[in-house]
Design a protein around this ligand. Structure first.
Ligand code: ZN
Length: 120
């Protein structure tokens, strides 16, 4: 609905300012007054369009995100730290080798096996 009004206002603005321009080009004191008024209306319509677009843009858009936990969710980013330097290691730095998780640290280059912490 707002979109239709916005488009109408935009085209109205174009029409009015175009028409006003013709009047101004035609010259004459009367024509200049009419032209100025028409251009004014056109600019007002442009302003309406601009304000509407801005209002539309400032509205919070509902973004639905599907967050999927990889695997059991045991190896979350924040939970994995390099045993060598203590740097945060991303999931992409983990590799599953022979059933064990090998960690390649992007910071110090240390390769180490991660032990699964026992759950109590
Ligand atoms: Zn490290």
């Amino acid at each position: 609905m707002n979109k239709i009004i916005g488009i109408l206002a935009l085209f109205g603005g174009l029409g009015f300012s175009g028409l006003g321009g013709i009047f101004i080009i035609a010259g004459g004191s009367d024509n200049l007054t009419v032209g100025a008024v028409l251009v004014g209306i056109g600019l007002l319509l442009f302003l309406v369009t601009y304000l509407m677009v801005r209002t539309e843009a400032s509205k919070p858009t509902l973004v639905s995100q599907n967050i999927q936990m990889s695997g059991s969710g045991e190896f979350r980013e924040k939970a994995v730290r390099c045993p060598g330097c203590g740097g945060n290691v991303k999931n992409s730095d983990l590799k599953l080798i022979d059933g064990g998780i090998m960690l390649t640290c992007p910071f110090c280059g240390k390769v180490s096996a991660l032990e699964e912490e026992p759950k109590w």
